[in-house]
Unconditional design. Structure first.
Length: 314
């Protein structure tokens, strides 16, 4: 069971680009599918853990509001999500307690093919590295309940400290931008549930995000609240873990600018794919691959996440 719990480490972050031409939102508040493969309802044994997710979305197509690909428009995104998690070994309200911090950084390149793909490619966003908003997780509470179930709740707070954000990026009338982070604070309460029995991990984690108004952009930019979920079904045999994962995202309200509804800017995406992991002893690796099922107002397509878990102190 300890090997299984070691794979439950929290990996909270946010990011996935949406183009301002089809949705005002710049980055989604939860990185699509980043927690697939984890035991969503559990915390690991007391200690300090380092988790690093290498998230790669190679040349993802961008979907418009009609659910079809925007001709010629693609995104390349590489995201590093280092997380430090501390489980002190104390309890609160009968639950195991943990706290974490994440400092994601990313490389983004928004590209537009010219002349039906025969006239070259224009880098609309300018290839750039940048730091995403710092993500603080002041509490993680995990309860063990009968029949090998775990239930967890947590709160993620995205600080308005990204190196480049919508508020300080230039957007001409005929261009698009892909800044490194968001120019506003965002709050994401979470609930996770897991059934952990005889090597099986059946998990679901749910996120609901609301962001504060960004008054420095276009007179006041407000992102629509979003629901997201990551799903896991894996089996661990010895050092190997195999299974499948899925992720969904659904923006519940349109974005607004200066109080005016932007109209039909709600992002939606479904992806799914295989999971494979290996436990080296003190450290473990897990690879998840997801492929597009459907999506609108978002950059979707294949993405790959290689997660490293290192116990620093136990």
């Amino acid at each position: 069971m300890k090997k299984l719990l070691l794979a439950s480490l929290l990996c909270l972050a946010a990011v996935m680009v949406i183009t301002p031409a089809y949705a005002t939102e710049t980055w989604d508040p939860h990185l699509h599918g980043v927690d697939e493969g984890l035991a969503a309802g559990a915390l690991p044994p007391p200690g300090v853990y380092f988790i690093d997710s290498n998230y790669n979305a190679p040349v993802a197509p961008v979907m418009g509001a009609d659910g079809h690909q925007v001709p010629g428009l693609k995104l390349y995104a590489y995201i590093q999500v280092p997380v430090l998690l501390w489980v002190p070994g104390c309890k609160f309200l009968g639950a195991d307690y943990g706290v974490a911090i994440a400092e994601p950084f990313d490389y983004v390149n928004l590209m537009q093919a010219q002349g039906n793909g025969h006239g070259g490619v224009v880098n609309l966003s300018g290839s750039q590295w940048g730091a995403y908003n710092t993500v603080l997780i002041p509490y993680i509470l995990s309860w063990k309940i009968p029949c090998d179930f775990r239930v967890k709740t947590a709160l993620a707070i995205a600080v308005d400290d990204a190196t480049t954000s919508k508020s300080d990026s230039f957007e001409a009338s005929n261009s698009l931008v892909a800044p490194a982070g968001n120019g506003y604070w965002a709050f994401t309460p979470e609930v996770g549930i897991s059934w952990l029995h005889a090597g099986w991990n059946l998990s679901a984690e749910f996120y609901y995000t609301f962001g504060l108004n960004n008054s420095s952009y276009l007179g006041g930019y407000q992102s629509g609240n979003q629901f997201a979920a990551d799903y896991t079904a894996t089996y661990t045999c010895g050092k190997w873990t195999f299974g499948a994962g899925a992720a969904q995202e659904q923006q519940l309200f349109n974005d607004t600018i200066n109080g005016v509804d932007t109209g039909n800017t709600m992002a939606r995406a479904w992806t799914a794919g295989p999971i494979v992991g290996y436990n080296f002893g003190p450290c473990s690796l897990m690879l998840t691959a997801n492929f597009q099922i459907s999506g609108t107002n978002d950059s979707v397509g294949a993405f790959y996440n290689l997660r490293l878990v290192v116990p620093l102190w136990k």
